[in-house]
Ligand binder design. Structure first.
Ligand code: HEM
Length: 508
């Protein structure tokens, strides 16, 4: 009889011991969020906290001294926000930390382009890109597009919302503005998403899908999504549909341009800006001689500009709406520019020229402060070519994956001080407030660092300054109610549920 009951007793004793071990481990752990189980590692706590991924990783990083190893292959093997490690990975030893084949697999819609390239191909494409982005014609073309779009497209929405006392969905509005801007700078075609009839945003949605599924692919083990990809199920099915939309649109643009040609026929038949846009820059380049590479290059430019600026600006407006004293300082900085304009009428709106806003340091500090707390690209993924030891003492092995949390870097107390969670543009200024303080890019990684530093930083800052100055000069804004603002799970730090603002024409 006793023999018959033995297995049951054994099992219940084992279960009891396991529960007891769990209890002891949880109660002893300084941080119950970070319980590193044998074999399954932090998988249970990662699953439980996945919905608030960036804050969870930030918590783990501050608890572990800014770096930790993940003993399971679910989210890379080394996670860090330590500036010394960042400098090592992005600059001093960057050849050992390429984007890698895994990254190219994840973002295969940009396959072969600068976004996924490493080594010699990256060097060549960067040089080619840099010359396209810095050509005076391209800079003049994009800055004029931005000015005109703000004046004729964006400000009328604010005026109408203020007059009719309707709420503005700033995410949607900025998304439309920036999509139009970047489609114009790439294809010289304005899709007109920012118009009062609010056309569908299928292309912008497709770009968002690439980044949402990309995030999932970075975090879960590759074999999971590769199986899904081969069966065309789950997020992979959504991704395939989004990629088809993007490829279809870019191919249509390429074919139309091939039919029209560049500078063919009499001057009056040629498109007005036919030698300025990105497509004209690459279409006759023999290195971009396949449709796939040309498409991937154009999609890369759309991602580089559209995704980043349209993610950043809503956070900037959110921070400004919450900090009226910062808005007053921006207006003080703008006032001398306005007084120099002969045509200013207080009842109308005002659009600032990119050249005018360039020297505004306080305005720039407000952008940097938003980028610190809300970097549009919140994580970077790097591969490891050969085993190495990090400055933090952690060992990484070939084939490991490194995740750098830009989100956490901007929230490190050691780096930014005890007030690191507060929105304080002043931290970017010299003591006398007249100059911007230099912060090295391995401490402020929003624009990347080292040989792969963002190539569009200056264009982006000028465009964002033009938008913010023009809106803030003429309108007061307030966050409507308690909207529970939180980031989406994506490679972009977009707001999950958008942001509704109450706007009013400013009394002057
Ligand atoms: C708020 C605005 C922007 C931010 C925060 C930003 C940030 C970044 C970051 C973090 C990267 C590295 C991404 C990676 O490879 O993992 C990057 C790369 C790049 N960015 Fe930007 N960017 C911004 C706007 C722009 C704009 C407007 C353009 C073009 C006009 C641009 C062009 C590029 C290009 C071409 C690269 C690729 C560089 C390379 O891989 O070597 N960016 N940017």
């Amino acid at each position: 009889m006793a023999f018959l009951f033995l297995p049951e007793q054994l099992i219940s004793t084992l279960v009891l011991l396991l529960v007891l071990a769990l209890y002891v481990k949880c109660s002893r752990s300084k941080n119950p969020l970070y319980i590193n189980w044998p074999i399954i590692g932090i998988l249970p706590s990662l699953v439980l906290n996945f919905y608030r991924f960036h804050d969870y990783v930030n918590h783990l990083l501050s608890f572990s001294g800014h770096s930790f190893k993940v003993p399971i292959a679910s989210m890379g093997s080394f996670v860090t926000c330590d500036p010394a490690n960042v400098q090592h990975i992005f600059t001093s030893n960057h050849a050992n930390y390429p984007k890698g084949e895994g990254f190219a697999d994840i973002f295969n819609v940009t396959s072969g382009s600068l976004f996924t390239a490493d080594g010699e191909s990256c060097r060549r494409q960067r040089a080619r890109y840099q010359s396209a982005l810095s050509s005076p014609g391209f800079v003049a073309f994009t800055t004029k597009c931005c000015h005109d779009k703000v004046e004729k497209g964006l400000l009328p929405f604010f005026t109408r919302a203020a007059r009719n006392r309707t709420l503005l969905d700033i995410n949607d509005l900025i998304g439309r503005l920036v999509f139009d801007l970047y489609a114009t700078s790439v294809f010289d075609v304005d899709p007109g998403l920012l118009s009062f009839d609010m056309p569908p945003v299928q292309l912008a949605d497709a770009m968002d899908t690439v980044m949402e599924v990309g995030f999932f692919q970075i975090i879960v083990p590759a074999f999971c999504w590769k199986v899904m990809r081969s069966l065309n199920i789950g997020p992979e099915r959504k991704l395939a549909a989004a990629q088809a939309v993007l490829r279809g649109f870019t191919m249509e643009m390429i074919e139309t341009r091939r039919k029209i040609g560049t500078h063919i026929g009499p001057e009056e038949q040629a498109p007005a800006s036919s030698s300025m846009d990105i497509l004209s820059n690459f279409i006759d380049d023999l290195e971009y001689n396949t449709d796939d590479l040309l498409q991937a290059t154009l999609i890369t430019h759309m991602i580089a500009g559209r995704d980043t600026i349209s993610t950043t600006l809503p956070w900037v407006f959110y921070n400004l709406a919450k900090n009226p004293h910062v808005v007053s300082r921006i207006r003080n900085e703008l006032a001398p520019l306005v007084s120099r304009k002969e045509t200013f009428i207080a009842s109308t709106t005002m659009t600032f020229e990119p050249e005018e806003v360039k020297a505004l340091v306080y305005l720039q500090a407000t952008l940097m402060e938003s980028l610190r707390l809300y970097p549009p690209i919140p994580i970077e993924r790097k591969a490891v070519a050969a085993s190495d030891v990090m400055p933090s003492g952690h060992e990484v092995c070939a084939q490991d994956i490194i995740i750098v949390s830009l989100y956490s870097m901007g929230r490190m107390e050691d780096l930014w001080g005890a007030d690191c969670k507060e929105y304080k543009p002043e931290r970017w200024l010299s003591k006398d407030g007249v100059m911007l303080r230099h912060v090295p890019s391995h401490k402020f990684l929003a624009f990347n660092s080292g040989p792969r530093l963002c190539l569009g930083k200056d264009i982006a800052i000028t465009q964002m300054k033009t938008v913010v100055a023009s809106v803030m000069w003429s309108f007061d804004m307030e966050v409507f109610g308690d909207q529970g603002i939180e980031p989406k799970l994506s490679c972009l730090l977009q707001m999950k549920n958008g942001l509704k603002l109450k706007v009013q024409k400013r009394e002057m």
